[in-house]
Design a protein around this ligand. Structure first.
Ligand code: ADP
Ligand code: MG
Length: 246
């Protein structure tokens, strides 16, 4: 398993947001965490990326215990993420947004004697191309459509050359067409680059179109885990989702 969450619990004061969660993702797989609003999905992601510390439990990346490591160290090791809320600089160009991310990644790993400028430019352009933004590099990021801004965020996340990509509701707020395009794009990038994907989503159709494994969270705990077919058949899952107006 490339990513392993072992018996992780997160309490905020007396409130338990994530309760004794186990979750593993095999290298090269596309896995999804689903669950109603407030189920603990974003909290779980923050526990994996080091933005929050678990109250109990451990997180492993390969055979390394990364529990308690700071976010930049975890990102540098190879776990990239996007946020549910956008983290682009709206007044900068598309190119500059990705270039900043490329630079901040290489500052730690690139020997500054190399012809860094050209490398960084080429890498930035390659990333823009991969996320479907070639031709938009001079646009002001804040003027892009919502869907294109999300593609830009994906480019920023890829700049850290992750092995595992964590995407928190990558299609939130998108039209059905933007959603379909984005999911196709994510699937293509993950396959082309041999990445491992863990994402959260609350549109079930989106999940079933791409995820190979699904973990269902409910009130912070794992309610079900399995293939899309197994999860779809699960009666506890049906009860929760039938009760929702989605
Ligand atoms: P989801 O992403 O599945 O919608 P979250 O992980 O954002 O759910 O939140 C899970 C629960 O934890 C919610 O009830 C939320 O209000 C609570 N929560 C999240 N972050 C904090 C925090 N920093 N302090 C207190 N409660 C929090
Ligand atoms: Mg969330």
């Amino acid at each position: 398993m490339l990513l392993r969450v072992e018996a992780v619990t997160k309490s905020f004061g007396g409130f338990v947001a994530v309760r004794d969660v186990n979750l593993s993702v095999e290298r090269g797989r596309m896995a999804c965490v689903i669950g109603p609003n407030g189920a603990g999905k974003s909290t779980l992601f923050n526990l994996i990326t080091g933005h929050l510390q678990p109250t109990r439990g451990r997180v492993f990346f390969g055979d390394r215990d990364i529990t308690g490591r700071p976010p930049h160290a975890i990102c540098q090791m190879g776990i990239g993420r996007s946020f549910q809320r956008t983290n682009i600089f709206p007044r900068l160009t598309v190119f500059d947004n990705v270039q900043i991310a490329v630079l901040s990644h290489h500052r730690r790993t690139l020997n500054m004697l190399t012809p860094a400028r050209a490398l960084v430019r080429d890498e930035t352009m390659a990333l823009l191309d991969a996320v479907g933004l070639a031709g938009e590099e001079r646009s002001t990021s804040g003027t892009l459509s919502y869907g294109l801004q999300k593609q830009l965020e994906l480019g920023i996340a890829l700049a850290s050359e992750p092995q595992v990509l964590l995407l928190d509701e990558p299609t939130a707020g998108m039209s059905p067409q933007e959603t379909a395009d984005t999911i196709a794009l994510i699937g293509r990038i993950v396959r082309d680059r041999g990445l491992t994907l863990l994402f959260t989503e609350h549109d079930m159709d989106v999940v079933f179109s791409i995820a190979e494994r699904i973990t269902v969270l409910h009130q912070g705990a794992v309610l079900a885990e399995g293939t899309p077919e197994e999860v779809q058949r699960n009666e506890d899952v049906q009860r929760i989702y039938l009760g929702e107006a989605e």
